[in-house]
Design a protein around this ligand. Sequence first.
Ligand SMILES: *Cc1c(COP(=O)(O)O)cnc(C)c1O
Length: 362
Amino acid sequence: MKFQTARPVAGITVYQPGKPIEEVERELGISGSIKLASNENPLGPSPKALAAVQRALGDLNRYPDGGGYYLKRALAKHYELTPEHFVLGNGTNEVLELLAHAFLDPGDPVVFSEGAFIVYLIVSQLTSCEMRTAPMRDFTHDLEAMAARVDERTKAVFIANPNNPTGTAVGEKALRRLLERVPERTLVVVDEAYCHFAHREDYPDAVRLIPEFPNVVALRTFSKVYGLAGLRVGYGVAHPEVAAAMERVREPFNVNSLALAAAEAALEDREHVEESIRVNDVGREFLVRELAALGLPFVPTQGNFMMVEVGDAKGVYEALLREGVIVRPVAGYGFPRHLRVSIGTPEENRRVVESFANILKK
Ligand SMILES: *Cc1c(COP(=O)(O)O)cnc(C)c1O
């Protein structure tokens, strides 16, 4: 190519999203497909968020509230913190990028797991960091192994809790042990995109650890339980000094006005959140039972998705597509024998189980 890219670019692979329904149906000439590929809320957004979007439509000629004043104020109230603890992003993905811009220099060591959410790898590559990866244990972040890779120079440790794509979560004791072991200057980024779905008793709330450990950055999103993935809005919760550094590298209007309005309304709609959690609990229990009955091993999940061991993942993925069921291959995460299946509505869950059964029969 005659254009020379910046140094890190050549090593970066484009992020592979779940296939959109329209694309699959066009390619295979089928209709009535379901998508269980991107861990989206199967119930849709909160009706209150939709109403807020409607109200905001008339002001689309205006720039958004650049500092996110109202959403930050709502978040501050929700968490009983000050607005200075929050950084808003065009999805949590952008918050991760802001963090990299604000804190990472080329060559800085960062630590994450081999089977962790891929965006940690992408932002580390983008900033030419020295990536120190730790193997997982039972599909779970091995925080001891991760802590062992941290030294005085290490700028950040990334922990998805629950992790995507494995669905596993670490407990409070293990997380505290890691926090006590790493230097005070090393940021420990705890990505809690799926925190609402975690059901283990000792699941730690990273936001609550910030007063005690000011190096903790908790990440949350409106894309999952709140059902607003299409609008792109997420946030970081951090010590105000950490948040202020990220604010400095943020573009002026990074979160759009519809997303700001929807997020504020969604945060208040606790009923929708509770119903979404309930539907996920029911779906998870159904899938656990039915997959076991089919003899398909799976990784027990704390999220709204499940990694199922199918063997020939590519073949089963394609067979599922022909059945009109879109799931997510995870070979790129180092799991070539598994597929990741999002937990859907009861009807969608029945459909995916039926499709697995049909494929196993062949
Ligand atoms: C889905 C997901 C997010 C959320 O990303 P957004 O950019 O907010 O949509 C963050 N972390 C993990 C681990 C995820 O799976």
